[in-house]
Design a protein around this ligand. Structure first.
Ligand code: AMP
Ligand code: ZN
Length: 473
């Protein structure tokens, strides 16, 4: 079964397949703005994209996927932060880039193949802006800034349906320009490709496009330019959080398609937000948790990754500390799977898995249905435990498929670390007790608990499974 993903442009679930003859799948993911620590809402988006990257690797092969994720290292926020701290912009953005990398590594997110920066691609952005001016899609304003002329692109609004929506409710698109750019723009919907230098920008400035003033690029053009440079004019997949759909991605399409004269991205995927008490987790609302804050509270990055994957990526997910406890116990249950592998002793050399891993991968490939995939993983864990203790056997094929499943989710279970392994007869009793509980045979379950205790072990129950620990003396 191919990977199918909801496409925000066509509003349909569509198969992912490389369009280029070289078979390399080109994947661009909008990266962070590096002026403060990313919060775990941001990381929900990056973890979901990491899952996608891993799944694409498993599907097409690791050398058949090219993953680009940019760093926004110049914009209003980064400049303001540098000014407030009286530090050079590059120093501030380096600090938060390093922090972002450390957090990504802790969350077991694979580094993208290319991680371009906006400041490292000024000539590419300038060149695109000049092409857009030459083609009549952009104009220089009185102050030397350059704006994209939205009315010059018929396809504007196709992604966000903004035209239909706005025109219905009294037309922001048709409205007169407002705000600080009011005197500069020809139309309120036009957006900046190049921003002429202002005193508050301090030292931050580059020579502009032809005829324009020195200044800095707008936010949207950076992704168009970096995507073109590192992936070509047409990419297979472009992703980001749902808040980027409009205006960021709508504007990227307009710039890229007018400049390059061809389709920008075949597929658009937007993951939903992480919420706190029903509101989007965000720096501006101040309702955020950083990875460090949660680690200081004793939560492991792996549990945080797990918790971020507990909800369907295209549904909003309410974050609670309880969800981290559930994630910790889920991981603990999963960690008992390697026990099976170490206890089989004589592994069946057959490469064929004895358990059905297809259901797990089918769930993931069906629009990244992580809750369903996690459910399947627990079922597999149960099946594997059972196989190892009954006439059937876990096989090398099981071990391989289980490894692939963990790889897809990016769960590092620390399998190599020695764990306290319950002896086979204790696991057998535990499985029998679990089955007795499921059959509501409480008397039998109690008897088996006693039998387990007599062997020096205690069985800890949860909703979705159990773990075995040496009994406390
Ligand atoms: P930023 O650093 O603000 O450019 O955001 C980086 C990424 O995080 C973007 O893809 C945003 O869409 C995403 N994002 C921001 N807030 C949240 C949230 N509360 N939940 C999920 N993703 C978010
Ligand atoms: Zn972007």
């Amino acid at each position: 079964m191919p990977i199918r993903l909801f496409d925000s442009l066509s509003r349909d679930h569509r198969e992912l397949r490389p369009a280029h003859p070289d078979g390399v799948y080109r994947f661009y993911n909008c990266g962070p703005t590096v002026y403060a620590p990313a919060h775990i809402g941001n990381f929900r988006t990056f973890v979901v994209n990491d899952l996608l990257r891993r799944l694409l690797e498993l599907e097409f092969g690791p050398d058949k996927i090219r993953h680009v994720r940019n760093l926004t290292d110049v914009d209003d926020k980064t400049i303001r932060r540098a000014r407030e701290e009286a530090r050079p912009l590059a120093e501030v953005t380096k600090q938060w880039t390093d922090k972002f990398h450390a957090d990504c590594a802790a969350l077991n997110c694979l580094p993208p193949h290319v991680e371009p920066t906006a400041t490292g691609h000024i000539p590419e952005q300038v060149s695109m802006i000049e092409t857009l001016m030459d083609k009549g899609n952009a104009y220089r304003a009185a102050d030397g800034s350059v704006y994209f002329k939205v009315s010059s692109f018929d396809g504007y609004g196709a992604l966000s349906r903004v035209k239909e929506r706005e025109l219905k409710v009294g037309s922001a698109l048709a409205a007169k320009p407002q705000g600080q750019d009011a005197d500069e723009k020809e139309d309120g919907s036009d957006f900046a490709l190049w921003k002429a230098h202002k005193p508050e920008d301090g030292e931050v400035r580059w020579p502009g496009p032809r005829d324009a003033a020195p200044g800095r690029p707008g936010w949207h053009i950076e992704c168009s330019a970096m995507s073109k440079k590192h992936l070509g004019d047409t990419i297979d997949l472009h992703t980001g959080g749902v808040d980027l759909l409009f205006p960021h991605h709508e504007n990227e399409i307009a710039q890229s398609q007018c400049c390059n004269g061809t389709t920008f991205a075949h597929h658009w995927y937007h993951s939903e937000h992480l919420l706190v008490d029903g509101k989007k987790m965000s720096k501006s609302l101040g309702n955020l948790y950083t990875l460090d804050q949660l680690r200081e509270m004793g939560h492991s990055p792996m549990a945080i990754r797990y918790a971020l994957l507990m909800g369907h990526p295209r549904k909003q997910l309410n974050f609670t500390l309880d969800s981290l406890h559930a994630a910790e116990s889920g991981l603990k249950t999963l960690r008992s799977i390697p026990v099976v592998f170490t206890q089989i002793g004589t592994l069946d050399p057959s490469e064929t898995p004895s358990c059905d891993f297809n259901r797990f991968f089918t769930a993931l490939k069906d629009d990244l249905n992580t809750p369903a995939a996690l459910g399947e993983l627990f079922q597999l864990r149960h099946d594997l435990l059972y196989r190892s203790q009954s006439s059937g056997r876990a096989t090398l094929g099981d071990r391989r498929e289980f490894g692939r499943a963990l790889y897809a989710l990016g769960f590092d279970l620390d399998i190599a670390a020695p764990t306290v392994v319950a002896p086979p007869q204790v696991i057998t009793l535990a499985e029998q007790r679990w089955a007795a509980k499921a059959a509501k045979n409480w008397a039998e379950a109690d008897r088996l608990r006693g039998a387990i205790a007599a062997l020096g072990w205690s069985m800890l129950d949860r909703k979705d499974g159990y773990s075995l620990e040496p009994a406390k003396k």
